[in-house]
Design a binder for this molecule. Structure first.
Ligand code: SAH
Length: 377
């Protein structure tokens, strides 16, 4: 199967920053079991050491080889000579008045992405990024205005969760009071345009002997990369959220340009065929409420019709404005009327409460600080 991503725009010059850890040692954060087996073999150690490493890295979350007390001193020293356990660097961290936290993460090549933690009564959700920037250019999304685009590797994706656990005191994985119970890939980027790295990261995140986030609590959000959706269901079995946002191709072509390649009918077919969905395990359809664009009663009725044979939940997202955004959020009354039509039509429908607005942490507002500074916004 050929998967063609829209060509990333030319990268502007990245700000200066030393690559790697300065000594050129790679991090083992993001190494899967096969990679750790290789590491152990290269050191001339027995295969069972790979399991020990896995446990220390992903169950205990240690940041220093010296803490790996079940591994002999000389082996710890050899590991430290060749590798590190570094996570992305938190260049900035902010806490909202509602408890939401946002981190600006910096990677060794100086590119940046944002990560958000949203505490709720019954759960804590970490929203992580899959790319630096995004190639999709959805018209209402701030990330889409950012030119610098690259894929994050598996270590940079898993490293986000590990850094958040460091900050929230969530280690070891067996800790019953973990703050982070759910992970959503709804930060910057299109996860299905970075499938290989996302799949490797997902494998590490859901491994029960390591980070141990249940695959039912890991959600990938996609704008609808139809050819990759099926693989995602079959190979990963994670939850899927689909950014639908419009009920006609004319409007969706405009606000989610990926629709020109994968129109609504194809997208909904891929949803119907998504592995393992049923009434207990539904696809979430995200729908951003844009005043006068996609929020009429007729739109709501069409949404009910389109989704009637798909196990679906609708999540209406009040549009989060950002400086220079070409849209406004629908009024409260409009959102209420839209919700009522969906509910009366038999759909499960919730309205997402904007969180962390005071720190620009809400959906679609994520953009790196260096970009903002350069653009003067
Ligand atoms: N590329 C993935 C992840 C993107 S972000 C996807 O498209 O699903 C997660 C969600 O936030 C998407 O539904 C996205 O459309 C939505 N979003 C983006 N900008 C927004 C904004 N300004 N206000 C509200 N929701 C927004």
């Amino acid at each position: 199967m050929e998967i063609v991503a829209p060509a990333p725009q030319e990268n502007p010059e990245p700000p200066p920053f030393p690559a790697g850890d300065g000594a050129g040692r790679p991090t083992l954060v993001g190494a899967d079991r096969a990679r750790l087996a290789e590491v152990v073999r290269d050191l001339g150690e027995k295969p069972f050491r790979a399991r020990q490493l896995w446990h220390w890295i992903y169950h205990r979350g240690v940041r220093d080889f010296e803490e790996m007390t079940s591994i002999s001193r000389p082996v710890r020293a050899k590991l430290a000579e060749r590798y590190t356990l570094v996570r992305p660097v938190p260049a900035e961290a902010q806490v909202s008045t509602d408890g939401t936290r946002k981190w600006l993460l910096r990677f060794p090549d100086a590119s940046e992405a944002e990560m958000v933690f949203i505490p709720e009564e019954d759960r804590g959700t970490l929203c992580i990024s899959s790319q630096v920037g995004c190639t999709l250019n959805c018209r209402f999304c701030h990330t889409g205005t950012q030119p610098w685009v690259r894929n994050l590797d598996a270590g940079e994706i898993v490293g986000q969760l590990m850094l958040a656990r460091d900050a929230l005191g969530d280690w070891p994985s067996a800790n019953e009071d973990r703050h982070i119970t759910n992970i959503v890939m709804m930060g910057m980027g299109e996860p299905l345009y970075n499938y290989d790295n996302v799949a490797r990261a997902a494998g590490i995140l859901i491994d029960g002997d390591g980070i141990a986030i249940s695959r039912r609590k890991l959600t990938l959000s996609t704008a609808g990369v139809v050819p990759v959706m099926q693989r995602c269901g079959e190979e990963l079995g994670v939850n899927l959220a689909v950014s639908l946002h419009a009920v006609t191709d004319a409007i969706r072509d405009e606000i989610v340009p990926l629709n020109r390649r994968y129109p609504i009918a194809d997208l909904l077919d891929a949803c119907r065929n998504y592995g393992g969905i049923n009434n207990a395990r539904r696809i979430t359809f995200e729908y951003v409420m844009l005043k006068g664009v996609n929020d009429s009663d007729a739109d709501a009725r069409e949404l009910v019709r389109l989704l009637k044979d798909i196990p679906a939940k609708i999540n209406l997202i009040p549009f989060n404005p950002w400086p220079g955004a070409p849209y406004e959020c629908s009024s409260r009354n409009r959102i209420r009327a839209f919700t009522t039509i969906c509910l009366d039509g038999g759909l499960t429908c919730t309205v997402r409460t904007p969180r962390g607005r005071d720190i620009m942490a809400a959906c679609g507002q994520l953009k790196s600080a260096s970009e903002r500074k350069r653009a003067g916004v």
